[in-house]
Unconditional design. Structure first.
Length: 347
């Protein structure tokens, strides 16, 4: 019988829950060095957006991103596929089209056989093939924990570029994937996940955010980002601050993986460490989260989460029709408001 290597047991973190907390990241990115002028850099580090964007001078721009993490699932092929879908998502979140990917692999070669890493790469190849791009190369190191991800290059017409800023008061907020992935994967890591629930998180995480390319062409889509390690509240906070607005989130309208299932695992204390790190970073900017269940769901770190989209209020029906063409049945989960004391209010 072939020996199994449950990958989540070889790492201290899981998926985008490995991300450094927002306030720690702020400290890391601080510098006293003078900012260098790069007029062609349309989106850089200062914007805290999903990818860098560089003007090519012909009406289009290069979109460049990277994302990698430790195993979020035990199956190696699923790990490679999820990590790749997650990385490619950053290009879609800018309204762009991915062109090519290169792999980033860290592997404990003396602990887990190379054949298992080969399955990770095969999972990545499948994700890239689904996105219509080659996995064209990469780099690998001997690492104490398994790590995998991609650096992805894409392209976007500048007139279709979407950023996490630009939303105006009255815009409605939509999310294309339900929340709760971090809770389920934490249950798996604790060996508490029921067999009948084992497919739910991977099925969500393996779904490409390819709809972002379509949404990027819609003028009434004002802002877009993907929801990953900082949770819905973290990424919405970034959208509000970049747009100089506040937002209201309707908790009962927010898409969540089956609430009975999520409530069961919350009762079993399956709360990722990343949830608490997230809340420590931005909880002071949030109102209406006295109920811990709301915090645990809305700050839950997502891996390969959905697109968060701000849509002009005059075009909601048109947007929902476009979303339906991509297989989504969406309704607004919130609304952008004039700037308030609280960045986000939960009702």
């Amino acid at each position: 019988m072939e020996q199994q290597y449950p990958l989540t047991q070889y790492s201290h973190g899981a998926g985008c829950g490995c991300k450094i907390a927002p306030k720690v990241l702020d400290s890391i990115l601080q510098t006293e060095l003078a900012k260098q002028p790069f007029p062609s850099l349309l989106v850089g580090n200062e914007e805290r957006d999903d990818a860098a964007v560089f003007d090519l001078g012909d009406g289009t721009a290069l979109v460049s991103t990277t994302d990698f993490f430790m195993p979020i699932v035990d199956d190696p092929e699923d790990f490679g596929r999820i990590a790749s879908v997650n990385a490619i998502s950053d290009v879609y979140a800018m309204g762009g089209k991915p062109l090519v990917a290169i792999a980033i692999l860290g592997w404990p070669v003396n602990t887990i056989p190379a054949e298992v890493a080969a399955k990770v790469i095969d999972g990545s190849r499948k994700a890239c093939a689904e996105a219509g791009i080659p996995l064209a190369g990469g780099h690998s190191i001997d690492s104490p924990e398994p790590i995998f991800g991609l650096a992805v290059t894409g392209r976007v017409a500048i007139k279709h570029l979407k950023k996490n800023g630009g939303a105006t008061p009255g815009a409605r907020l939509y999310l294309t994937k339900p929340l709760g992935v971090g809770i389920l994967t934490t249950a798996q890591k604790k060996s508490l996940l029921k067999p009948e629930h084992a497919h739910i998180a991977p099925d969500s995480m393996k779904r490409l955010n390819k709809a972002g390319e379509r949404f990027g062409r819609l003028e009434y889509v004002q802002a877009m980002t993907d929801v990953t390690g900082f949770g819905l509240l973290g990424h919405l906070t970034e959208m509000c601050e970049a747009s100089d607005t506040s937002a209201v989130v309707y908790f009962d309208k927010t898409p969540v993986i089956d609430r009975q299932i999520i409530d069961h695992y919350l009762a079993e204390k399956c709360v990722p460490g990343g949830t608490n790190r997230n809340w420590d970073s931005y909880g002071h900017k949030i109102a209406g989260a006295e109920d811990p269940t709301k915090r645990h769901i809305l700050a839950d770190p997502q891996t390969s989460g959905g697109l968060l989209i701000a849509v002009h209020p005059d075009h909601l029906a048109a947007f929902e029709q476009e979303a339906a063409l991509e297989g989504f049945e969406l309704e607004p989960l919130g609304i952008m408001m004039e700037k308030q004391q609280a960045v986000v209010t939960i009702v």
